[in-house]
Design a protein around this ligand. Structure first.
Ligand SMILES: [Zn+2]
Length: 402
C-alpha cells in the first residue's frame, strides 16, 4: 500500500476526497499531506445543502495530530460552490469545522489534554498558540452549555469566590442536587443573581421554579434572591456560618497578637478544625486556651456552634445564643445577633441540610479551573475552565475513530 492511500484511509476520507501527495521533512520535523477532490464532484451548499458545482477553489490548511514526532498539516484545495440561491460559498470539508484551523481529530486531542493539564502546558506541548486552543475549548463548552436543560433545577447554591488572590470576585451558581455548576458571573451580589435569573430562561427554566437558595448572609445576595427568586426559601448553610465563627475567633486572637502574647505558629494551632491539626498544634492550643480564658471561650463557642450545626435540633441554638451573649466577647455577641437576625435561614439549613459538603467540592473544582487557566487573566478563560471541570457538560467531542 502506498503512503497516500494509507493516509487517506487513516483520515477516513469519503470517495470525493483523496490524498494526492505527502511529504515528510526531516529538517523542520513536519509532515504535510495534500488533499484534493474528485473532478466534477458536486458539493452541498453549506446553507441549503443543494449539490452545487465547484466555482473555484481556495487553499486551506489544518493542523492535524502529530505523526510520531512530526507536526502534521493537511493542505487542501477547498471548492467554493456556486449555489443558484445563495451564491458562491465555501464548501464544508468532512475533517474540520468551518473556520477552524484544526482537524476534528486534533480538536478532540486538544479537548482531552486540556481536561488533564493547564492549557498553557498543552500549548507548549503541541507548539501552538494558547489563544487558538482557548477558542477551540470555548466552542465546545458553549455549544454544550447552550443545550443544558435546567427545567428540573429546584435548589441552588450561590457562592462567591475570588478569581485572583484577594480581589476580583466571581459568583458561582450550582445545582444542589446534580452538583453541576450552572452559572459563573463576574461580580458578586444582586447583579449576579439577576443575570442568573435571566440565563434560566435560555435553558428552558424560570426563576419561579427555584424553591431554595443556599448562600452567605451578604445583604446584596439576600436582596437579589428576594427580588428575582420570589418563591425561594433562603438558606444559610454551615459552611458560611462556620466561616463567620472562624472570623470571630480570629478577632479575639488578634487582641492577644497586639499584646505580643502569642508565640509563633499559634495561628494554625487556633484556626480550622480539630482533624487538621498536628499533635504539636493541639498541645499548643490547649496551653494557650488555659493561659488565656478569653481565647479559650472563643474557641469553645466556635466548636459548640460547629456541633450544633452538625445536628438537627434547633433548641440547641438557644443556649448557644445565651452563652455567646454573656461571653463578654464582642465578636461573638455580634455573631449571635447576626444569626438571630437571619434565624429563618439557619433553621432552614438544619432542616434541609441541602448543601453538606457541596461548597467545599465546588470550590475545589474552581481551584482546579484556576490552575487550568493559570497565566490567563481573562474571566472568559476561567469560565471555560470552570465549566470543563465542574459543569458536567456533555461535550460533543469529535470521535477519534469510528
Ligand atoms: Zn444554497
Amino acid at each position: 500500500m502506498d503512503a497516500n492511500k494509507l493516509f487517506g484511509m487513516a483520515l477516513q476520507l469519503g470517495p470525493e476526497w483523496k490524498v494526492t501527495r505527502s511529504e515528510l521533512s526531516a529538517v523542520d520535523h513536519t509532515l504535510k499531506i495534500w488533499l484534493d477532490f474528485r473532478e466534477g464532484h458536486r458539493f452541498p451548499c453549506p446553507e441549503c445543502g443543494r449539490p452545487s458545482p465547484a466555482h473555484d477553489t481556495v487553499e486551506k490548511r489544518w493542523r492535524h495530530m502529530n505523526f510520531w514526532q512530526y507536526k502534521t498539516e493537511l493542505v487542501a484545495r477547498v471548492p467554493r460552490v456556486d449555489c443558484p440561491e445563495h451564491g458562491v460559498r465555501l464548501a464544508e470539508v468532512p475533517w474540520a469545522r468551518p473556520g477552524s484551523g484544526f482537524t476534528l481529530m486534533m480538536e478532540a486531542v486538544i479537548l482531552m489534554l486540556s481536561q488533564e493539564m493547564p492549557v498553557s502546558q498543552v500549548a507548549k506541548m503541541l507548539k501552538e498558540q494558547d489563544t487558538r486552543l482557548w477558542r477551540i475549548l470555548e466552542h465546545y463548552v458553549e455549544k454544550a452549555y447552550r443545550k443544558e436543560d435546567w427545567s428540573g433545577v429546584k435548589r441552588i447554591l450561590v457562592d462567591e469566590t475570588s478569581s485572583k488572590r484577594g480581589h476580583r470576585y466571581v459568583t458561582a451558581v450550582t445545582d444542589a442536587e446534580s452538583r453541576k455548576l450552572l452559572f459563573l458571573a463576574e461580580g458578586k451580589g444582586k447583579e449576579a443573581l439577576e443575570a442568573f435569573a435571566k440565563e434560566m430562561r435560555e435553558h428552558g427554566a424560570s426563576p419561579e421554579q427555584i424553591e431554595l437558595i443556599c448562600m452567605d448572609m451578604s445583604p446584596s445576595y439576600i436582596c437579589g434572591a428576594k427580588e428575582h427568586f420570589p418563591k425561594a426559601q433562603i438558606v444559610f448553610d454551615r459552611f458560611h456560618l462556620m466561616q463567620m465563627a472562624g472570623e470571630a475567633v480570629d478577632q479575639v486572637r488578634k487582641e492577644f497578637v497586639r499584646q505580643g502574647l502569642l508565640p509563633k505558629g499559634s495561628l494554625w494551632a487556633l484556626r480550622g478544625n480539630e482533624w487538621t491539626r498536628s499533635e504539636g498544634q493541639k498541645s499548643l492550643r490547649a496551653s494557650l486556651c488555659a493561659a488565656y480564658p478569653r481565647l479559650g471561650r472563643a474557641i469553645g463557642l466556635r466548636e459548640a456552634l460547629q456541633e450544633i450545626l452538625a445536628q438537627e435540633d434547633p433548641q440547641e441554638l438557644r443556649w448557644w445564643f445565651q452563652w455567646a451573649d454573656r461571653s463578654r466577647l464582642a465578636p461573638f455577641r455580634k455573631l449571635s445577633k447576626t444569626i438571630k437576625d437571619h434565624l429563618d435561614g439557619v433553621l432552614a439549613f438544619l432542616q434541609s441540610r441541602v448543601t453538606n459538603g457541596l461548597i467545599e467540592a465546588i470550590n475545589g473544582l474552581i481551584q482546579l479551573a484556576k490552575r487550568m487557566a493559570r497565566g490567563f487573566r481573562s474571566f472568559r478563560c476561567l469560565r471555560i475552565a470552570a465549566f470543563l471541570k465542574a459543569g458536567k457538560l456533555r461535550l460533543d467531542i469529535p470521535a477519534l475513530a469510528t
